[in-house]
Design a protein around this ligand. Structure first.
Ligand code: SAH
Ligand code: SF4
Ligand code: F3S
Length: 475
């Protein structure tokens, strides 16, 4: 029962193992083929599109089948121990293939490459390349070295690199929604988190290059961009005119590209999201009314140990403020069960805060100690595993209830939906999202519609994860 619940929980690892499809390029036009698999957060998926662009410039075409590849790349995640285990398991599968094809190269990119550095080459003998998140521009040289039989590595972090001038090759794209990276790194030092060590210092990308990328996407028919960063509210860029651009200002600029282009963003830090951002969201219909606002814990004492820089009361006031400015705004969260020294009462505070915030959705995890983090150096990972898991189950059950209630509250309401694709379950249904980021499935009926179109859909029914409705207006 417990395992089943944990397996059902939604979290970012659900996307693990996703292999990228070949993009619209004929692989026969390329000298060599690469295969890339991405793990972890959206930033990593977005980085893989930069890597694809760099490789394409070097004469590499993409393949969906790793057995056809001359170069296999794993873009890895270190956020929890399980994420690293998944990658190691995958590497053993490639080992077999390498025995029959010695010229094939295997490379490890991303956060695990950065965390383990040359240790990776010692531990995993089949790996030829280890490349950290700020070193992708050097891939061509590293591949050449590895072709010559050397193990090659570059894990230097940078204070400036944002890959601003590299136009990502959209992989596995539906042609409607795309991620746009607006910053890299993180300066927050949350005690549990490995990201500041694997991604380095925070830096914001040139506003001009962000605008150009969003405009290009819109011109190519895309209808939604998600602005990505570990902490988007601290976006700050001073351009040639010496005028600083804040995150609120950036949001507004992107929203002004066209009312037909939806704008989303992730992730906001509760301590940093400003009224300016909330007012900008309220002002523009095309800025989606949805905020991912990770809580981590509902106890002020635990939050302080986590170095999150807000209290339970501060977080509650933030939720109130969001609802006051945007009564229809969707809110989701990340939650960690069983952080060091967490008591039963403190765990209950997390559950009660979830109920207060009425989250539409959450990503939920039990605490996994990561080498080198503040928590690993300062605190004991002293909550027994069975207690962590039981608390996580309670958190997941709470969220399941909240998600179902949130969906039931939408029955009878009408939402503007951006059609993304045909429903996976039925050829005769469309799947799209509301501004609040809820998935809505509805019959195609007689209308001549296509992905990228907007429709008004009235909600008639729901499950915990999906709204079901019917078209009431086409635009
Ligand atoms: N930058 C984002 C999230 C980064 S990681 C933010 O600040 O919210 C995504 C989520 O993974 C975190 O929000 C946290 O809930 C979870 N996480 C991070 N480190 C973890 C660890 N050591 N154990 C368990 N969960 C962790
Ligand atoms: Fe990690 Fe905290 Fe930075 Fe998010 S804000 S990436 S949780 S250190
Ligand atoms: Fe994982 Fe690195 Fe993202 S650790 S969550 S891939 S920033």
């Amino acid at each position: 029962m417990i395992e089943e619940l944990l397996q059902n929980k939604k979290h970012d690892e659900a996307r693990q193992g996703e292999a990228y499809a070949p993009f619209a390029l004929d692989p026969n036009n390329y000298k060599r083929r690469f295969y890339i698999e991405s793990y972890g957060c959206q930033m990593n998926f977005s980085d893989s599109e930069i890597v694809a662009s760099i490789l394409q410039g070097e004469g590499f075409g993409a393949t969906r089948n790793f057995e056809d590849a001359d170069l296999i790349l794993l873009n890895t995640c270190s956020i929890r121990e399980k994420a690293e285990q998944t990658v190691r398991k995958r590497l053993t599968e490639f080992r077999k293939l390498k025995q029959s094809r010695p010229a094939m190269l295997v490379g490890v990119l991303g956060c695990m490459a950065e965390r383990l550095k040359s240790k990776f080459l010692e531990e995993e003998k089949l790996v030829d390349l280890v490349v950290g998140p700020d070193a992708y521009r050097t891939l061509p040289g590293l591949i050449a070295e590895a072709d010559g039989g050397q193990k090659s590595i570059n894990v230097l972090l940078s204070r400036e690199e944002t890959y601003a001038d590299i136009s990502p090759v959209r992989l596995n794209s539906n042609g409607i929604t795309a991620f746009v990276s607006i910053m890299r790194g993180c300066n927050n030092m949350c005690a549990f988190c490995v990201v500041p060590f694997t991604r380095g210092r925070e830096r914001s990308r040139d506003v001009k290059s962000i605008m150009a990328e969003c405009q290009d996407l819109y011109d190519a028919g895309y209808k939604e961009v998600t602005l990505l960063g570990q902490n988007v509210d601290s976006y700050y860029y001073v351009g040639e005119d010496n005028k600083p651009v804040t995150f609120a200002a950036l949001l507004e600029r992107v929203a002004l590209i066209s009312p037909g282009l939806r704008v989303r963003f992730s992730t906001s830090h509760p301590k940093d999201i400003t009224d300016d951002v909330l007012h900008t969201m309220a002002e523009y219909e095309n800025i989606c009314k949805y905020i991912h606002l990770p809580l981590q814990s509902g106890s002020s004492r635990v939050l302080q140990m986590m170095n999150r820089n807000y209290s339970r009361e501060w977080y509650m006031a933030k939720v109130d403020r969001i609802r006051e400015i945007m009564p229809d705004c969707g809110i989701s969260s990340d939650i960690i069960a069983g952080f060091c020294t967490e008591t039963e009462d403190e765990h209950k505070e997390t559950v009660s805060l979830m109920e207060y915030a009425k989250y539409d959705m959450s990503y939920m995890f039990f605490y996994s100690e990561r080498p080198g983090t503040l928590a690993q150096r300062r605190y004991q990972d002293d909550v027994p595993e069975d207690v962590k898991k039981r608390r996580l189950v309670e958190i997941v059950e709470t969220q399941n209830r909240l998600s179902l209630q949130s969906n039931k509250d939408d029955l009878g309401k009408t939402f503007k939906v951006l059609i993304e694709a045909t429903s996976k379950r039925s050829e005769t249904d469309w799947m799209g999202r509301s501004s609040q980021n809820k998935v809505i499935v509805f019959p195609k009926e007689k209308y001549d519609l296509k992905p990228g179109d907007y429709v008004n859909v009235k909600v008639n029914d729901c499950t915990q994860a999906t709204l079901l409705g019917e078209i009431v207006q086409v635009f």
